[in-house]
Design a protein around this ligand. Structure first.
Ligand code: 4NP
Length: 155
């Protein structure tokens, strides 16, 4: 059985598409591509249909990470059924997901990205949207750390 992982942030144009690409890259490198199904979504559908933020894309490309996913809103009536684990980037995303969970089983699928960090001591992946270059770099640093931990947990 494939393990399905959904990464969730607010807009699905910065943090969660990056998490999706970083995690997919790790999975591919480890030869585990056929064992995982990976996607991302936003608690808001405000940017639905858009590619990832240009700034996020350019920081990611410098690390060899291509952001190809197109933004979509989280869908409580299908995503809780389709995914085994739903990974929130910050507390706001986490509580928004909890609010729309239908059952205890749904609730149990929701986790926080930074809980899988081992090198960085952060309790959330900070929203880089209104900040500068260092915010985008921090997002990628945290995601590279957390995705390793998450893969070790799930493999
Ligand atoms: P994300 O970043 O949640 O990491 O995709 C944001 C993207 C857009 C907005 C906020 C955060 N926005 O306010 O439009």
């Amino acid at each position: 059985m494939k393990k399905s992982v959904l990464f969730v942030c607010l807009g699905n144009i910065c943090r969660s598409p990056s998490a999706e690409a970083v995690f997919q890259g790790l999975v591919d490198r480890e030869g585990l591509s056929d064992q995982f199904s990976i996607d991302s979504a936003g608690t808001s559908a405000y940017h639905a249909g858009e590619p990832a933020d240009r700034r996020m894309q350019s920081h990611a490309v410098r690390r060899g990470i291509n952001l190809t996913s197109i933004s979509r809103g989280f869908n409580a009536s299908s995503d809780f059924d389709e995914f085994d684990i739903i990974v929130a980037m910050d507390d706001s995303n986490f509580y928004n997901l909890q609010d729309v969970a239908r059952t205890d089983e749904d609730q149990a699928k929701i986790v926080k990205m930074t809980d899988y960090c081992s090198r960085f001591n952060y309790d959330h992946v900070p929203d880089p949207y209104y900040g500068g270059a260092e915010g985008f770099e921090l997002v990628l640093d945290l995601l590279e750390d957390a995705c390793e931990g998450l893969l070790n947990e799930l493999r």
